[in-house]
Design a binder for this molecule. Structure first.
Ligand code: SF4
Length: 196
């Protein structure tokens, strides 16, 4: 059987968090993509906007291998940003590899609308293997910061039915991780910079 293609595609990342409980149901690997040109007024993550940032550039296959090595201890992955669908080839290859080799769930948080994704073949391919896409621009006039939605206009677009709105509503809104060197990481919808 032919393997997944595109695993050598570079993926510009802002950051990754191997274990998180505030970015979707269960324990999840989270990858923040670097680069976003959508310019939502009031965006909380301006440092993710430049196409090149301080984060690592890795191949889709390298990230997939890292996730799969931990597959027994996580429920799935969440891809956020920045804008993950500005790098659709890397996201498509990553998700296809996880779908082929695991039962991990996949959630994508994107500023593109469902219509913008469905009308673009590359973006459509990027989310084809995912369970859930949370789609639409952040709207600062409609703040929400729960259920993985920064604003209430953002749409749940489920591909598999694996997660319900109740599952998403139960996701903690804030998580604080303290590293061995006492560095603290805040994540989740209610974290500083957490709204998407
Ligand atoms: S809210 Fe998301 S889609 Fe909008 S500018 Fe910020 S990173 Fe980009």
């Amino acid at each position: 059987m032919a393997g997944v293609s595109g695993l050598g595609t570079p993926w510009r990342l802002h950051a990754v968090l191997p274990r998180s409980t505030a970015n979707g149901p269960g324990v999840r690997y989270v990858a923040w993509s670097q680069g976003c040109a959508l310019a939502c007024p009031g965006c909380f993550n301006p440092e993710t906007h430049p196409a090149a940032g301080a984060g690592p550039v890795r191949t889709a296959g390298e990230v997939a291998d890292e996730v799969l090595a931990d597959a027994a201890r996580i429920e799935g992955v969440t891809l956020t940003g920045g804008e993950p669908l500005e790098q659709p080839a890397a996201v498509a290859a990553f998700c296809a590899e996880l779908r082929a080799r695991s039962d991990l769930s996949m959630i994508v948080l994107t500023g593109f609308t469902r219509a913008e994704i469905e009308s673009d073949p590359a973006r459509s391919a990027a989310v084809a293997d995912t369970d859930l896409v949370i789609a639409g621009r952040y709207n600062a006039r409609l703040p929400l910061a729960r259920g993985l939605r920064g604003s209430s206009n953002k749409e749940y677009w489920t591909h598999t039915g694996r997660y319900t709105a109740d599952d998403l509503a139960a996701v903690p809104e804030l998580e604080i991780t303290v590293a061995a060197d006492a560095t603290m990481t805040f994540t989740g919808m209610a974290a500083p910079g957490g709204e998407f």
